[in-house]
Design a protein around this ligand. Structure first.
Ligand code: MG
Length: 387
């Protein structure tokens, strides 16, 4: 047993994140017993309220349209699964990777990107709204679970991984965690790979959900080499398969192919680099990448999804309604803050419009709809708002 533990420990690369080289927490805490510091971060994320609310937040399809489609929660779990596989194979810190993956979408508004766009417009005169920065705000400030501090008091490395992009104005306000957006530089390899695992996961599960919803079509996807080659392989092995098995067998092969490419390309990038520590990683080019050919194949699928799924009239119709709800809620609360729950009224007194944005961003799809109904519609119309 001892030998096995030692062997596992030895698989962690020197350029991975390590507790010993961590830039630490904003508030000093005693070391956890029975788990690592990175595990503690992962556990805090799983136990926080914003994580639970991801279950009822839109990925592409509004949650009420059916419970067969991905939500932000199942998306985050799929990202974590893919990212952990890659982390383990590259000798990176798996618990940190999982923590970043599970937290990366905590700041999403209800109704997905439509909700964010509407909230960003509402906040135009007050600093705007960006879901990725909001994810960091959730773990840094908005969760109120611990007696000694606001937020979850996560390690620098977890926070660094959550913050994927950031404009200079926000970067200045955020300090050390956003320094790379002002001075250049990269985050840890764990953060780099989780970012690509996100792209890999949503492209594939959106194809899956898109096909099942009937908004996009299997034959149309066969114009893309990455899809066609795997669809063809499944057909040649199994002959005639029912639609669902054909779709699932094709998609799992695409995921596997992307994961293998990402691991092999990154492994050789790392081997060719001269990194010896996480600080070296931060000061060099991105090392976790797809090969150029695979990146192009993936990009082609993403473009297809953009034009045919995310901009499908059915999706846009819902997005438009969602924007109305967010806009109307925002103007109702800013005109009459006493409509806010008492806790958020106090926050509004301290922080103004940002508190309203935080409150609206925290809502799930269905809670946003029901608050909208409570404010704007009479009881008999309330049921039909998304029909
Ligand atoms: Mg995501």
């Amino acid at each position: 047993m001892k030998r096995r533990l030692k062997k596992l420990y030895m698989t962690i690369a020197p350029w991975a994140a390590h507790e010993s080289t961590s830039r630490g927490r904003r508030h000093a805490e005693t070391r956890p017993i029975g788990r690592s510091e990175f595990q503690r971060d992962r556990d805090r994320i799983i136990h926080c309220a914003a994580f639970r609310r991801l279950e009822y937040k839109t990925q592409v399809f509004l949650n009420h349209e059916g419970d067969w489609f991905r939500t932000r929660l199942t998306h985050s779990i799929e990202v974590a699964q893919i990212a952990r596989t890659i982390a383990r194979n590259l000798g990176l810190e798996e618990d940190l990777t999982e923590a970043i993956a599970l937290a990366h979408d905590l700041g999403h508004t209800p109704f997905g990107h439509a909700g964010q766009e509407a909230l960003n417009t509402c906040m135009a005169q007050a600093g705007g709204f960006e879901h990725n920065i909001q994810s960091l705000r959730v773990v840094d400030e908005l969760e109120r679970r611990y007696a000694d501090f606001d937020g979850l008091n996560l390690l620098f490395e977890t926070r660094e991984g959550i913050l994927k992009h950031c404009n200079p104005t926000f970067a200045q306000a955020l300090g050390e965690v956003a320094e790379r957006f002002l001075k250049g530089g990269q985050p840890s390899l764990e953060a780099q790979l989780t970012n690509l695992a996100d792209e890999l996961a949503y492209t594939n599960h959106d194809i899956d959900d898109g096909l099942r919803s009937g908004l996009i079509h299997f034959d149309a996807l066969c114009q893309f080499p990455l899809f066609a080659v795997h669809a063809q392989e499944v057909k040649s092995i199994y002959g005639k398969l029912d639609e669902e098995r054909l779709r699932c067998e094709t998609i799992r092969r695409i995921i596997n192919c992307l994961v293998m490419d990402l691991m092999e390309t990154s492994r050789s990038n790392i081997a060719r680099s001269e990194i010896a520590s996480i600080e070296d990683v931060r000061n060099t080019n991105p090392l976790v990448c797809f090969s150029t050919a695979m990146q192009q194949d993936l990009q082609a699928l993403k473009s297809y999804l953009l034009n045919n799924l995310y901009r499908h009239p059915n999706v846009l119709r819902m997005a438009r309604k969602a924007k109305v709800i967010i806009r109307e809620l925002f103007s109702a609360f800013s005109e009459e803050p006493s409509l806010l729950p008492i806790f958020w009224q106090n926050e509004y007194d301290r922080r103004g419009l940002r508190a309203i944005a935080d409150y609206i961003a925290s809502l799930t799809d269905r809670s946003a709809v029901s608050i909208y109904q409570a404010i704007f519609t009479t009881a008999d119309k309330a049921r039909d708002i998304f029909s």
